[in-house]
Design a protein around this ligand. Structure first.
Ligand SMILES: Nc1nc2[nH]cc(C(=O)O)c2c(=O)[nH]1
Ligand code: SF4
Ligand SMILES: [Mg+2]
Length: 237
């Protein structure tokens, strides 16, 4: 029998717990929310704004990642009087088993659970049952990640077909827009948000101005990065 350490089944690698703050992105932007940021990612996007969750060449893993019991994370969330909880990363689905346990506990306690994911790992049934909305953010060529790693059509179809996903794309320029037009035609993704890349107020505002007309022309919604407009690059916001 495989000798699994109990901690490997009951703990999550956590980067930070924060909030209440305002969900800054996607369909729930502007809503009060708590955030659970998990550590670890299976991609390495050039413009990543949370490299402290995965880039162990630049950051110290022991300092940036804490093993926490699923129950401990859940009780922190439930102790706060805010009903929306956003689980993000990193890539939360690299810990899918324990993420599913957390999401189920939170849903059982009456919380609305959103998961921010890069869409490369298909969600399992327990996770789908517990999550209210998956904000699926597949990476485009501007991320610098090779296409076979960042776009996994089978996983994207699983999100699309679960009925709980919206798709949110970070756009860094015209090549990303063209790639999204093609992806939409190929995969029929449903509701799409586009969002500028940027960690300063001026970069986000300029990006949103550049995206407004392409969004309207292609049937897409436009997402702000509200937390960046309000607080810049401050961590834990
Ligand atoms: N306020 C706020 N909203 C967010 N929406 C998605 C975030 C993320 O880092 O995934 C995020 C974040 O870091 N802060
Ligand atoms: S998928 Fe998200 S967390 Fe992972 S490297 Fe890309 S932007 Fe960063
Ligand atoms: Mg962020």
């Amino acid at each position: 029998m495989t000798d699994l350490l109990p901690t490997s089944r009951s703990t999550l690698r956590v980067a930070e717990l924060f909030g209440p703050t305002l969900q800054g992105e996607g369909p729930s932007a502007g809503q009060r929310a708590l955030f659970v940021r998990l550590s670890g990612c299976n991609l390495d996007c050039g413009w990543c704004d949370t490299p402290y969750t995965w880039d162990w060449d630049r950051f110290n893993r022991e300092e940036q990642a804490t093993e926490m019991a699923v129950a401990e994370v859940a009780s922190w969330v439930v102790s706060q009087g805010t009903d929306l909880v956003v689980i993000t990363g990193g890539e939360p689905l690299v810990q899918q088993q324990r993420l599913g346990a957390l999401a189920a506990q939170l849903a059982g306690a009456g919380r609305r659970v959103e998961v921010e994911t890069n869409g490369t790992i298909a969600p399992d049934e327990r996770l789908i049952a517990a999550v209210g909305t998956f904000n699926v953010s597949p990476k485009l060529s501007g991320s610098g990640v090779p296409v076979h790693r960042r776009l996994r059509p089978k996983a994207l179809r699983a999100f699309r077909d679960c009925g709980k996903a919206v798709f949110k794309f970070v756009i860094t320029g015209p090549a990303d827009i063209q790639e999204l037009v093609e992806l939409q035609a190929e995969l029929d993704l449903g509701r799409i948000w586009v969002m500028p890349e940027g960690t300063t107020e001026s970069a986000v505002l300029t990006g949103m101005r550049n995206l407004a007309e392409p969004a309207l022309a292609n049937g897409w919604n436009l997402s702000p990065r509200l937390h960046v407009l309000l607080w810049g690059d401050e961590r834990g916001r």
